[in-house]
Design a protein around this ligand. Sequence first.
Ligand SMILES: [Zn+2]
Length: 251
Amino acid sequence: MTQDLFREDAYLKECQATVLSAGEQGILLDRTVFYALGGGQAGDSGVLVLSDGRALAIADTRKGKDAEGRATADIFHVPAPGQNFTVSFGDSVVARIDWVRRHKLMRFHTTTHLLCHLVPQLVNGCSITAEYARLDFNMTDPLDKEQLTAGIARLVAAGLPVAVGSISDEELDANPALVKSMSVQPPRGTGRVRTITIGAAGAGDAPVDYQPCGGTHVANTAEIGPVVVTKIEKKSATTRRVVLGFAAAGT
Ligand SMILES: [Zn+2]
């Protein structure tokens, strides 16, 4: 099992860790700041720095899989191909993520939660990368690109706090409407389910968004900056896809 430090603090850029194994699935550490692909969010890349200063490039991060293919609590760091050394059991390393890339993932992930506020329909697909993010809504009505971009800009300008919390499995079972995604399962497994709350726009208002989520987020919507809706696609008769991108510099 890998202690997932990003769960409590998405701003950790590196940590000391010990190699537990290095094999086919990748490199297993006792603790890490690397987020493993899941919940629509891409896995982190970065480096593992050995005590002699050599840095092993990590291209991706994945959850471990058991014999039945179910995700485990192990987090595997997948080395980039073509490197002439690796790490082995017991090595002490500094695990350091590509922070510039991760921060983009955080900005996009929080924006997808803002979209859940702007578009109240259920989500049936989600992909968050460092270049773009897309969210598929289960709906037949058209969506307006400019209107959604303006809605995001308003919530970003409001500078709303984003807080990590948790509820029990039983509380989630009693409130199934908290789950806004048909495609991403809430992060269960420990008896507690992690939640993300985006603060209310005004005193006495309900939070802008509140849902179970295992991903990494910015601490305040102001940090999202200039994210815009680049495209709206009719994926199918019952699916509208919203694609997010970063506004080009100077526009
Ligand atoms: Zn999320």
